[in-house]
Write a protein that binds this ligand. Structure first.
Ligand code: PEP
Ligand code: MN
Length: 243
């Protein structure tokens, strides 16, 4: 099971401590944004290349692969040596030229679902990557835009089950962006696993209320531990459902 954990953005050396903590609790992959997509050009956009040495140290200490979003061909080049799995962000998921560029890479890709992408469009978008020669694609449900505004997005559990029916690609769940609310991340992650998700991504921060990005939806390290305990219980009672 792919378990990806880490902060929304890499802010400073605290990333190394988060990485060591989530590895100890069972994460299989680290995450952390370096060049951040934002809804406003006037907001903070990540620490960029300053993160490189920090990530190298976190990888050295944990031995875990690193998942990171690239938003352009140039960023793919900049990040290439550091990143083990490229993430296509929700904002870029409909950029077919960029998808083709990911298709020409020899590294796995996690493609987030766009905020207004239908399930069938989501599957077709993956084909833009696969047709260029890269078949190592994992889909990620991260919530869609609906009229509901109590939550940041509406996590579409239908999509998780439908993808299993429609294609052979694995799908993972990102309940952090899918809900936008820390207290909902654990139950929705568990629900997605029951629905057939092959893993999950969660945002984890050492002090979520101080996070530069996405603090409201970031788990504390303690909550990540609670989530992992529940995942183990679920695995024990539903071994045939969870892989
Ligand atoms: C992220 O993973 O921090 C992110 C920006 O995700 P999304 O593209 O799903 O909004
Ligand atoms: Mn985020």
């Amino acid at each position: 099971m792919m378990i990806i954990a880490g902060p929304c953005s890499i802010e400073d050396r605290n990333f190394v401590d988060i990485a060591v903590a989530v590895k100890r609790l069972g994460a299989t992959h680290l995450r952390g944004g370096i060049f951040k997509p934002r809804s406003s050009p006037f907001r903070w956009h990540g620490i960029g290349e300053e993160a490189f040495e920090i990530v190298k140290e976190a990888k050295r200490l944990t031995g875990l692969p690193f998942v990171c979003e690239a938003m352009s061909g140039k960023q793919i080049e900049q990040l290439y040596d550091l990143v083990d799995v490229f993430q296509v962000g929700a904002r870029n998921q409909q950029d077919t030229e960029l998808l083709k560029e990911f298709g020409r890479q020899d590294k796995p890709v996690i493609m987030k679902r766009g905020m207004a992408t239908t399930i069938e469009e989501f599957v077709m978008a993956a084909d833009f990557i696969i047709n260029e020669g890269n078949s190592n694609v994992t889909l990620c449900e991260r919530g869609i835009r609906t009229f509901e505004n109590y939550t940041r997005n509406t996590f579409d559990i239908n999509c998780v089950a439908a993808i299993k029916d429609l294609c052979n690609l694995p799908i993972i769940a990102d309940a952090s962006h899918g809900t936008g609310r820390r207290e909902l991340v654990i139950p929705i992650t568990l629900a997605s696993l029951v629905a057939g998700a092959s893993g999950f991504m969660v945002e984890v921060h050492q002090n979520p209320d101080q996070a530069m990005t996405d603090g409201a939806q970031s788990l504390t390290i303690e909550m990540f531990g609670q989530l992992m305990q529940k995942v183990h219980v679920l695995k024990a009672v539903l071994p045939e459902v969870l892989k």
